[in-house]
Ligand binder design. Structure first.
Ligand code: PA5
Length: 490
């Protein structure tokens, strides 16, 4: 069977010159560090305590128990049989993987046409923004009796999700009365958080109300699609077993110590060299497929939250052999490539100008699909486009983009999927997860936390008088109030 390939020719010096391109000597020089990082990553993944404490349990998600899948499929079948609409609430890691799956694995216009979605429920994503307008419009137009609500939040505390959930509960209750909780399912931490508390409380009153699935411990949101996303995948009719097989096949390739046989390590190593030695701090992901646009959004979060860090990592070895990672306060580095999303071919008519002629500070990664499964031939015989297929033109445009970038000495590489199905899409996600984890090793940062995201949340909670804000954080906010001088606002 054809597999996902990673073509890195246009990252190398023979194509884009010695100033911007990587040489085999550069890679050779990095190999001892790559070996060390491989051994380290393998050791923490293999140690159950480290895996759990360091949020590396995602590496095991391809190997999930059949019982989990059966339970998820039962719930999905029940929801599909009884509801026309599903509202999925969540943000960040509790949203982007679902949206990516929906757009990659469902045909376009899924919500618009019942034939496209095989009569499955329409899916509406909410709770991923505090903008009141979309939710207001949605609730004014959906019938609560025909709508099931899935609320996803690991912490159970996130403002965007919580606010939308409160509004939706009132909306359901107004129409359905006391039994409204039967149309709610929560995916949250199995033990902690205020959402879990509500679930436990409601379940005691009525075990069909506020049913739940666990968001496993030891996994951060952006690495959780194969856990948090399973119910959504089953509702949209994706084959979960095939998804896990695809992730497993990629996991096998990405666990190899041999750099030239491990696409994730090679991707990470080349990006690391280009970032550190060739001044390329911007990482552009450019899928040549409308269906993969949301996967690029998912990747932007993965890259930004995993690698954008203030401090290097300090590794503490525990007596039992497991590890703890702390921020090394003596090593402030402020590292991390900046993710940018482009769409082929749409953005060839906008951002591409800057990619080709602007600062040479970017690496462009294309994702292309070899076989679309369906296509349109251009009719007629009197134009240079006559008889050509759109898929063929898309592929040619990708080749042309590679050519124009390479000619301008701009590093670019191409990931090719044999086709866009559940197996390959899952493989692509696992590839990016492993590449990001490995780049975190090379940069020596903790790729599995997101301390920077917390600071805005703390400020918001402080302003909203949320109970439980530590005295230290309150002090920091009071001491560092925003300075707004009128003369600087015109
Ligand atoms: O990757 C992450 O951990 C974050 O993006 C979170 O998923 C996001 O902040 C939402 O958090 P929660 O699932 O706790 O509501």
């Amino acid at each position: 069977m054809n597999e996902i390939t990673f073509d890195f020719n246009n990252l190398l010096n023979f194509n884009i010159g010695p100033k911007h391109g990587v040489s085999l000597i550069d890679i050779g020089r990095l190999e001892p560090k790559i070996r060390k990082c491989h051994e380290h990553l393998q050791s923490v993944v293999k140690n159950p305590k480290s895996r759990f404490n360091l949020d590396l349990v995602w590496t095991q998600l391809p190997y999930q128990d059949e019982k989990v899948i059966n339970r998820v499929e039962e719930l999905a079948a029940e929801i599909c049989a009884n509801f026309e609409n599903v509202i999925s609430l969540g943000i960040g890691g509790s949203y982007l993987g679902l949206k990516a799956a929906q757009d990659a694995l469902c045909a376009p216009y899924y919500n618009e046409f019942s034939t496209v979605r095989n009569n499955r429920p329409k899916i509406y994503f909410e709770g991923n923004n505090l903008d009141p307008v979309p939710l207001k419009v949605l609730l004014a137009n959906l019938d609560p009796k025909k709508t099931f609500v899935i609320v996803i939040s690991k912490s159970g505390e996130t403002t965007e999700t919580k606010a939308a959930f409160e509004a939706i509960q009132a909306w359901l209750q107004n129409s359905l009365g006391a039994s409204f909780g039967r149309q709610i399912l929560a995916i949250t931490d199995p033990e902690s958080g205020s959402l879990r508390k509500v679930v436990n409380l409601e379940q005691k009153k009525d075990n069909l109300s506020f049913r739940s699935l666990p968001l496993l411990k030891g996994i951060g949101g952006r690495y959780s699609e194969f856990n948090m996303g399973l119910l959504h995948l089953a509702i949209i009719g994706a084959d979960i077993r095939n998804i896990l097989e695809g992730a497993k096949a990629m996991a096998l390739r990405c666990n190899r110590g041999d750099l030239y046989r491990n696409p994730a390590y090679l991707y990470a190593a080349l990006h690391f060299i280009l970032y550190k030695k060739k001044s390329k701090p911007i990482s552009i992901l450019m899928p040549f497929s409308e269906n993969l646009k949301s996967t690029a959004d998912w990747y932007a979060q993965l890259l930004a939250e995993s690698l954008g860090k203030k401090y290097e990592r300090k590794i503490i070895k525990n007596k039992d052999g497991s590890e703890q990672w702390l921020e090394d306060l003596k090593r402030q580095v402020n590292v991390g490539p900046t993710p940018v999303i482009c769409r082929g071919t749409t953005d060839l008519h906008s951002i591409q100008q800057n990619n080709v002629e602007g600062e040479n500070n970017k690496i462009i990664t294309f994702v292309r699909i070899e076989e679309f499964g369906q296509d349109i031939s251009i009719p007629g015989s009197d134009s240079f486009l006559s008889g050509r297929r759109l898929g063929e033109l898309l592929d040619l445009a990708q080749e042309a983009t590679q050519w124009s970038l390479t000619r301008a000495q701009r590093p670019n590489c191409t990931i090719s999927l044999p086709c866009l199905d559940a197996f390959n899409w899952a493989g692509l996600l696992f590839f990016f997860q492993m590449a990001t984890a490995f780049e975190g090793e090379l940069l020596n940062v903790n790729a599995f936390n997101q301390p920077g995201v917390e600071s805005y949340k703390n400020y918001l909670y402080y302003k909203l008088n949320k109970p439980g804000i530590s005295a230290d954080i309150q002090k920091q906010i009071k001491a560092g109030a925003l300075i707004k001088r009128k003369k600087f606002i015109i």
